[in-house]
Design a protein around this ligand. Structure first.
Ligand code: FAD
Ligand code: DLZ
Ligand code: SF4
Length: 510
């Protein structure tokens, strides 16, 4: 460590990128990197044990990596005796230790943390400079400019701008293959006889084993299974996971993107969000490698376009929505829902096979894929009228890839329609019919997916109509809902009454 430190470089847990702006603006000879494990960040929601273990182990490996590259590191461990437990407390202590002239950090991903930094900077004796996070393709300014003056924001148009900006899958100004979006080809249900690859499993090393011990002792009462723990925790391991995905799953990613199988947790998904969000992989480098698989003839266009759209389209779009609408966004509740989140979201103790499978998988892996999150757990909470703030807190806690900037618009906006249509043009509400088409859950369920009344009816069916009926005032002007209201209106009164009675019984039992 040099005798005098010029700048203190704060690297947060999801900023594990050697090319992050704070490091790019620093000098290894005179500056010192500060990384801190703190109780407050691990408990502001009670994160899944695997998520905490992943992040602490990845942070420790990252610190070691950049130390080997010549950086001075001040790393505060969770069980250091003087650890104050908060980011602010640890920054203040580090300022006393090193007496730097300035603190540099890259903008935090979460509004809550950014506010904490801003408040702290008013108390500190030295400047705290917050640099732009240029790991994203669209800056805040760019998204704001794009959004300005538009009556409705839609991901598709934003995505086309990102295609043009990056040049991904472009032929001059035209999209490769003639179409921007191949989603219509990406809705095949899957069969159990498909050859489904498994994502790369990494054996815990000594650093990870220490972290697993720490997490098992300190966070024993948090949701989720800690072991088996198989996530990669270094950039090289994340790169190996990317290679394995491209080689074994990408060609079928498109076809089966929306499918669900009781026996298969991962299907052809990449499981890369956990690495991308923590900074171990750069989103653009992932897209460029995926694009290469198309141009070399290895993967078809519907798979490659579908995958790239998730990253430069959806991922960037939700971040834009988050920063455009915070801090008010988190309190939105379009349907004024107040129901408590059912206990089975924590225990998986339900006879509904779809929910039991997805929640068990979430407990085991801290992962579920998009359609499981949207159409199973999300859809049920929406139909049941659960308070969106509680749904948001659940998603933020249980998934290893969850940070508020990406989780909140997906949950409160896309899945719960809490924003009344900022994220999507209609609620993602569906009856059991959708589940039966896209999964094999219903074949293994004690409920009858074809029935909508009586004790054996699939609960999604009566709840779907109950949802439409009770929210009529709020949805009646939405043209995309008109067809379903016409079907409801044409039903005989007796059928409607029986459906609503069954729905009321389901809700009461929750
Ligand atoms: P793949 O299916 O392989 O997709 C490729 C990549 O595209 C992902 O790694 C991810 O980086 C990106 N991506 C795909 N869809 C989205 C999306 N809607 N928003 C942002 N990025 C996307 N994603 C998170 O990263 N963190 C979250 O906390 C999160 N919460 C969600 C909550 C709900 C209710 C819903 C419906 C979706 C949520 N998503 C979240 C989006 C999506 O479910 C995950 O990104 C995806 O399941 C991660 O698994 P994967 O890497 O195998 O994704
Ligand atoms: C999620 C998380 C956890 C569990 N622990 C830490 C930590 O100990 N130190 C840290 O710097 N960051 C942690 N994080 C990530 C932050 O809570 C926060 O989500 C991001 O930094 C985004 O602002
Ligand atoms: Fe889920 Fe209904 Fe299918 Fe059972 S029948 S798995 S509850 S959708």
């Amino acid at each position: 460590m040099p005798s005098t430190i010029r700048h203190l470089i704060l690297i947060l847990g999801d900023q594990l990128s050697p090319a992050i702006s704070s490091l790019k603006n620093a000098n290894p000879k005179t500056d010192c990197v500060l990384m801190v494990e703190v109780q407050e960040e691990a408990t502001y929601v009670r994160h899944h044990k695997k998520k905490i273990a992943f992040l602490f182990s990845a942070m420790r490996h990252f610190a070691k990596q950049i130390q080997n590259e010549g950086w001075h590191i001040d790393y505060v461990y969770l069980d250091d005796t003087d650890n104050t437990g908060s980011l602010q407390g640890e920054i203040e202590r580090a300022v006393v230790r090193h007496t730097p002239k300035r603190i540099l950090t890259t903008e935090p991903g979460e509004w809550r943390v950014l506010q904490a930094m801003r408040s702290l900077s008013e108390l500190l004796p030295i400047p705290l400079e917050i640099l732009e996070d240029d790991r994203f393709i669209a800056s805040h300014e760019e998204f704001r400019t794009w959004a300005e003056g538009r009556k409705q924001l839609r991901m598709e148009y934003f995505y086309r701008g990102m295609r043009r900006k990056t040049g991904l899958l472009m032929n001059g100004d035209l999209p490769e293959g003639g179409k921007w979006n191949y989603d219509a080809e990406n809705r095949k249900p899957a069969k159990t006889d498909l050859l489904i690859p498994s994502p790369l499993h990494t054996e815990p090393d000594d650093i990870t084993s220490d972290v697993l011990k720490l997490v098992s002792e300190r966070f024993a009462d948090h949701f989720g299974d800690l072991e088996p723990f198989w996530f990669g925790v270094t950039r090289n391991q994340a790169l190996a996971a990317l290679d394995q995905f491209i080689e074994s799953a990408l060609p079928s990613f498109g076809d089966y993107q929306d499918a669900m199988l009781k026996e298969e947790k991962f299907l052809f998904h990449s499981l890369l969000s956990v690495y991308i969000n923590a900074g171990l992989l750069n989103p653009l480098e992932v897209c460029r490698q995926v694009e290469m698989a198309y141009f070399s003839g290895y993967a078809p266009l519907n798979a490659v376009e579908g995958y790239i759209r998730q990253i430069i389209g959806w991922r960037e779009y939700v971040r834009g929505i988050y920063w455009l609408n915070m801090p008010d966004y988190v309190n939105l509740n379009f349907f004024e829902n107040t129901r408590k989140l059912p206990d089975f979201y924590w225990t998986a103790d339900t006879e509904m096979t779809c929910l039991r499978s997805v929640i068990s998988q979430t407990r085991e892996e801290a992962h579920a894929h998009h359609i499981q999150r949207l159409m199973v757990t999300g859809n049920f909470a929406l139909l049941a009228g659960v308070d969106p703030a509680q749904v948001h807190e659940w998603y933020l806690a249980v998934y290893a890839d969850a940070y508020e900037w990406v989780e909140l618009p997906n949950t409160l906006g896309m899945s719960q329609f809490g924003d009344g249509g900022v994220m999507s043009s209609k609620p993602y509400a569906a009856s059991g019919n959708y589940m039966n088409k896209m999964s094999n859950y219903c074949k293994h369920c004690r409920y009858d997916v074809k029935k909508r009344t009586g004790e054996s009816a699939c609960p999604f069916n009566p709840l779907y109509w109950h949802f439409l009926h009770r929210n009529r005032n709020k949805l009646t002007h939405n043209p995309r809902m008109a067809h379903m209201y016409r079907i409801w209106d044409r039903m005989p009164d007796e059928s409607k009454k029986n459906i609503l009675t069954t729905a009321a019984a389901v809700l009461k039992a929750l």
